[in-house]
Ligand binder design. Sequence first.
Ligand code: SIN
Length: 482
Amino acid sequence: METSLIKTQAYVNGQWVGAASGKTFDVTNPATDKNIISVPDMDRNDVRKAIEAADAAWPAYRDTTAKERSALLRAWFNLMITHKEELAYIMTIESGKVMAESLGEVAYGAAFIEWFAEEAKRAYGDVIPPHTKDRRLVVIKQSIGVVAAITPWNFPLAMITRKVGPALAAGCTVVVKPPSETPLTALAISYLAEKAGFPPGVYNTITSTQSSEVGKELCEHKKVRKVSFTGSTPVGKILMQQSASTLKKLSLELGGNAPFIVFDDADIDEAVKGAIVSKYRHNGQTCVCVNRVLVQNGVYDEFVVKFTKAVMELKTGDVLQKDVQVGPLINEKGLQKVEAHIRDAVEKGATITTGGKAIGGLFFQPTVLTGATPQMLIAKEEVFGPVAPVFHFNTEAEAIQMANDTDYGLAAYFYSKDVARCWRVAEALEYGMVGINEGLISTEVAPFGGVKESGFGREGSKYGMEYYMEIKYLCFGGISNP
Ligand code: SIN
């Protein structure tokens, strides 16, 4: 596809620039293993310049009206929609996400910008009834300052917009650090941000393979007031330690280990549909993908037969074809993890009912394992690939205990037709998000985020902007009658 949105430079202070060192790195298509193009490999000195630009742009930007910021966001949203096919194409070639899902992600990611264009105008404060006659008490909300957004490769667009949408709406300026696997979508939307009219320095994107060094600079630089990160729990812990030196505010959206519970009273066909959409979305490479399928004994066999059949029908192939459902894994490390989890499970007694094999390059067959047990690696760690282990359980209490038996707490799902059970189980699951008779729950209008070692902070929804604003209390004294 011909597109002018593929950029080969980073975007800092309203300029398209290379790394000061002149270094670049190649961006590779995981479906073909071919290089697409090179982009700047920036180091901490380049990052510092981006932070300084964002800091210099902040006073004027924070003083714009909410209506002006809303109009900028709206213009950016419109441009993303106008260019949706090109953005989806760029996303697909750099991430291996199948085209149908990339188009879905452009719509999903752009929706955060539309949502926060609207929310910008609703960042209300409060008037507090005073405790003395001569005072008036008011609470206002103000932008935090420079925000660093460190984002993952599995959602090259939406994880950026979910962070910068509320930040820009609140009056913050931003430095975006996309992953080295998928910088092109990030640069494409930076170009559209420039076209939308954001002033120089308000929106900056740096590209780099030097993640630890760049992350350290973003966490330790005094002018960065907030770091918002989506990625793994181990990296989240490092960023939190590094941010301690400046007591930075943090939003961390980290790993998950999502249970998907099917009770005896569930609609099994619906549960199978939900498990497919939740497990095999982006080839199992999302933080909210099902990691463990827990099925009650009475419906275990029926579920396994229907689920296996549905998995066998998934179409793997050329990611640019709109009917293909499963693409490659992101890299060799991802493929090896999938193989290691399957090997471990089979050694400990699991049976493969479909899949189980690599099929060339980074492609792997969608796989179902039955007879899974809590001792297996896959019960404890996020597989981040197209493998669904199916566990047995007897009672509701046992299902809840198994579901909560993890350090993670991002998303959980369950299927049941019993209303009382739906309430009981939803309340008992120690997760930030619960899908009840639903396998796909992400939307810009609802709060996304986890508990326990899945992190903290919420993205999207009416709560999203709170994480980019400071509360300031104003006390007006001396208001006595003349
Ligand atoms: C993620 O994998 O981190 C995001 C998934 C989503 O937004 O649905």
